[in-house]
Design a protein around this ligand. Structure first.
Ligand code: PBG
Length: 332
């Protein structure tokens, strides 16, 4: 490269030429907007740690879904806050569970809007773990572990009930071993062989989920999730996790969180051919919101830069609480 024959600035001289050579372009078709649904009537409660994100009861949900659909966002990701919780998370797979009811309504209002169902137990179990637990109490302190294989049965029931309610995509986030295979078999046995699995393949035990656990009332009541979610320090393990999910029949892979894991997104993109989803999680959302509320950053510019970074790193699809905002900004 010999200066001045090579002048990189030639391709930056105008908005027109910058647009022409731009390598990564955000598209509203890549966004998934999460929604939190809850019981009760007339509920539209802002989640205190996630400004601009709400709990909706079934009767207030329509306006939110109208807005999402009108922005051209193709998909929503449903999380449910049930009225009752128990040891096995039975409100997660109840026929009239909150996610199942919301799914039926959304599909009735907007048959073409994709409903992605998060398949996990932590919102529905009284202990807040993503599977079934065995516990004992010693000196007043509860100890326990999540039982892998027994949990698969419950997760499969949850996935099947979500598909039965009309969910278009099953997105299991529980990080049990063998969950893709178990859920695939359950879906197929019940006539849902056409329903894809978007696997949370590479999900780290991350502090960035803090605001979500307030939003979903899903914080573990003892211990933490480190025996099933991944150690943030590991990259080779991400390849092993993704590899298992591919072998078990996943249709899409996911990396979660996104911002501190862009190298993981790139690595999975390079090693696997399945569509790749990045989850821009609650803590990533709340940090930006907080700084923007202080006037410390330009929210729109920062959000679009972050989402572009995820896509540049290799994500095809982005789950983000900013989906509505970003869709509006992209529309200009
Ligand atoms: C359920 C689940 C979690 C998230 C998505 N699905 C929480 C967790 O694993 O504790 C986090 C989403 C976010 O932080 O935005 N297991």
């Amino acid at each position: 490269m010999s200066f001045p024959i090579t002048r990189h600035r030639r391709l930056r001289g105008s908005a027109g030429i910058r647009g022409m050579v731009r390598e990564t372009v955000l598209n509203v078709l890549d966004f998934i907007q999460p929604i939190f649904v809850t019981y009760g009537t007339g509920v539209k409660n802002e989640i205190s740690s996630m400004p601009g994100v709400y709990h909706f009861s079934l009767d207030t949900l329509k306006a939110e879904v109208d807005e999402i659909a009108s922005l051209g966002i193709p998909a929503v990701l449903l999380f449910g806050i049930p009225e009752t919780k128990d040891a096995v998370g039975s409100s997660g797979f109840a026929e009239d569970g909150i996610v199942q009811e919301a799914t039926r309504l959304i599909k009735k209002w907007y048959p073409d809007l994709l409903v992605v169902a998060d398949t996990c137990l932590c919102e529905f179990t009284d202990h807040g773990h993503c599977g079934m637990v065995h516990t004992h109490t010693l000196d007043g302190v509860v100890h326990g572990d999540v039982i892998n294989d027994a949990s698969l049965e419950l997760l499969t029931r949850t996935a099947v009930s979500q598909a039965r309610a009309g969910a278009d995509i099953i997105a299991p986030s529980n990080m049990m071993d063998g969950f893709v295979q178990a859920i695939r078999a359950g879906l197929d046995a019940n006539g849902f062989e056409q329903v894809p699995i978007m696997s949370y393949s590479v999900k780290y035990a991350s502090a960035f989920y803090g605001p979500f656990r307030e939003a979903a009332d899903s914080a573990p009541q003892f211990g933490n999730r480190k025996t099933y979610q991944m150690d943030p320090a590991n990259l080779r393990e991400a390849i092993r996790e993704a590899d298992s999910d591919v072998l078990e029949g996943a249709d899409m892979l996911m990396v979660k969180p996104a911002l501190a894991y862009l190298d993981v997104i790139r690595t999975i993109r390079d090693q696997f051919d399945l569509p790749l989803v990045a989850y821009n999680v609650s803590g990533e959302y709340s940090m930006v919101k907080a700084a923007a509320q202080q006037g410390w950053i330009d929210e729109q510019a920062v959000v679009l830069e972050m989402l572009t970074g995820m896509k540049r790193a290799g994500a095809d699809v982005i789950i983000t609480y900013f989906a509505k905002d970003a869709a509006g900004w992209l529309r200009g």
